[in-house]
Design a protein around this ligand. Structure first.
Ligand code: HSE
Length: 580
């Protein structure tokens, strides 16, 4: 019995999709909600300007052009965005399906270029959300009576999102380039308008349809729905409701830019730096600390940021991202940063498995935060799911594939490949640890189990106490001999609570083909959390490699940015008047 997480429809329009590069920000926003336990339907517009360019191309054929052909041409803009987002989510390690209107039978009635969505094969959409946490749907487009493509009118992606939310009974959030609806355009010169905390449909319609399509607002009024308007990584939103009185929000300060020191410039460090460079309005890289500056320069690090001095690197930082790996010097520098109150984000499972208690205590004392969601599962939100289940105290067993390298090797060997060649391929792909015996001997999984035990039960589990069976070619051959038809060997890590104690192990197990772990492929990870009433919660995603790990690091950083954003504006007003 798998429990159903709540679904959010997120809509990304042309104002936030100005170029292909903006798709990374869309991925970050989707992942923010996936890792807090939601299923996501992401509805996308064409990249800004593309619809106009396609309209111009259609217009070259003169007035009276076929509306069906025009609709088909314009739809290619939304289809491209949906496809690109599907690719970007895949690279980030977030499981997703891309669903054009034909895949969910999104049917419309009315004019070809200004149609109304009327029906949907909801089962197909729900099935897609059962298979993966994210479904990507191109907005603005549908299928008309005759099976031909139709459009929902300018700004119609809002309508697609609201229609899907209404059909699913889901929450809907429209992601814009402003953090909500304002009294008037905040970009206009002159006095700054206030943001609405809540706004009634009547007042929203009076704003003129520039931020939310009026047709979409009328749809919401007819269906007594509500939705939110917000922007990327915002801690707040404007709630638009059919029945409410409008209410203005307390003014908030804009978030400030954090100085981030990145320690290490290997597989993960390079991915993190690349993400940070695309968020200059939130983060500035203050230093990149490495052992070998020449090597880092060759790998593309900016000369002026490079240092070999770890202590100097953390000096001016608000946040330290540790991607060095290994116990020393990682432990000393993380301890130093936390002692002085600098926030730390790390992907280092060995460090936290062995020194987590002491480091958490240092953080508590200084008020800094220490987060490490990238240390387990890559983009599979394993520690996050554990954290949400912990308060219920009902968690009984955790079982999963939490080492990408061994799963990758096992898959290749089961497909007839050679063990050593598969290990070399895993190393080249950046999945394996610097010392791959940590993967093969089960140490990597044991470290991760220690982190899961703490996140799930608040208990300390020493990795040395975990029963480990190494993955070897003869062990796989033996497992295959023992397997009955309908069984498959998987390299599994598990833990079970027994009062105040935890039993845990890592090794090969035979699972039936319908077991939730049977079909986890290559470097993907999946963890099944079983509660005392046998309800199951899953965390899935790509578990190793540059982009999935960097995605989880960045998610911790964005959480921190959001959580520590100043919301009280009084102080800033006082400063402003002092300056005047
Ligand atoms: N070596 C690890 C793995 C990297 O293969 O899963 C991600 O923790």
């Amino acid at each position: 019995m798998t429990t159903t997480p709540s679904t959010i429809v997120l809509k990304f329009g042309g104002s936030v999709l100005r170029a292909d590069g903006d798709i990374a920000a869309v991925v970050h926003e989707i992942y923010r909600w996936v890792r807090s336990g939601h299923k996501i339907v992401a509805v996308v517009s064409a990249i800004e300007g593309q619809t106009d360019a396609l309209l111009d191309r259609a217009a070259q054929y003169g007035p009276g052009a076929s509306e069906h052909a025009t609709a088909l041409l314009l739809a290619t803009g939304e289809l491209q965005s949906a496809a690109l987002l599907g690719l970007a989510l895949g690279r980030a390690g977030i499981d997703a399906s891309v669903l054009p209107p034909s895949a969910i039978n999104l049917c419309t009635l009315g004019e070809t270029l200004d149609a109304e969505p009327v029906s949907l094969d909801i089962t197909r959409l729900r099935n897609a959300l059962d298979r993966a946490p994210v479904a990507v749907v191109p907005g603005f487009v549908g299928i008309g009576n005759g099976g031909q493509w139709t459009l929902l009118g300018r700004g119609g992606t809002d309508l697609t999102a609201l229609f899907l939310a209404q059909q699913l009974g889901a929450t809907c959030r429209l992601i814009k380039d402003v953090d909500g609806l304002y009294q008037w355009d905040p970009a206009k010169p002159g006095p700054r308008p206030q943001r609405y905390a809540r706004i009634g449909i009547g007042d929203a319609l009076a704003l003129g349809g520039q931020i939310v399509q009026n047709k979409a607002l009328r749809f919401v009024r007819e269906h007594a729905q509500q939705f939110e308007v917000s922007t990327f990584n915002a801690p707040h939103a404007t709630l638009v409701t059919a029945d409410a009185q409008s209410q203005l929000a307390e003014p908030t300060q804009p978030a400030f830019i954090r100085r981030v020191a990145v320690l290490g410039f290997g597989t993960v460090g390079q991915g993190v730096v690349s993400h940070l460079k695309h968020q200059p309005d939130r983060f500035a890289i203050s230093a990149i600390a490495v052992r070998d500056t020449d090597k880092a320069r060759r790998a593309g690090a900016e000369e002026s940021l490079l240092t070999t001095d770890l202590a100097a690197a953390i000096d001016n930082a608000d946040v330290v991202i540790e991607t060095l790996g290994g116990l020393e010097p990682a432990r000393s520098i993380v301890a130093k940063a936390l002692t002085r109150g600098t926030h730390v984000i790390t992907a280092n499972k060995a460090l936290i498995a062995r020194h987590g208690s002491k480091l958490r205590a240092l953080a508590k004392r200084s008020g800094a935060t220490l987060t490490y969601s990238a240390a387990v599962g890559g983009a599979a939100p394993v520690l996050e799911v554990a954290g949400t289940l912990k308060p219920s105290a009902n968690l009984r067993r955790v079982e999963g594939i939490i080492n990408g390298t061994t799963n990758f090797i096992l898959d290749r060997v089961l497909a007839g490949g050679n063990f050593d060649d598969a290990l070399t391929a895993a190393q080249h792909a950046g999945f394996a640890e610097a010392d791959p015996s940590r993967d093969l001997d089960g140490w990597d999984a044991a470290d991760k189990l220690a982190l899961i035990a703490h996140a799930s039960f608040g208990l300390n589990l020493d990795p040395d106490d975990i029963d480990r069976q190494p993955l070897t070619a003869p062990a796989i051959a033996l497992a295959l001999e023992k397997a009955s038809p309908g069984q498959r060997p998987r390299y599994i890590a598990w833990l079970e609570r027994d009062g105040k104690k935890i039993k845990a192990g890592v090794g090969l197990a035979l699972v039936s083909l319908d077991h939730p772990l049977a079909n986890v492929r290559a470097e993907h990870n999946r963890v099944v959390f079983t509660l005392s009433d046998n309800a199951e919660h899953l965390a899935t995603g790509r578990g190793a490699g540059r982009w999935p790990t960097a995605q989880a690091v960045l998610a911790d950083l964005l959480d921190l940015h959001r959580a520590t954003r100043p919301v009280e504006s009084l102080h800033q007003h006082e400063l402003d008047s002092a300056v005047v």
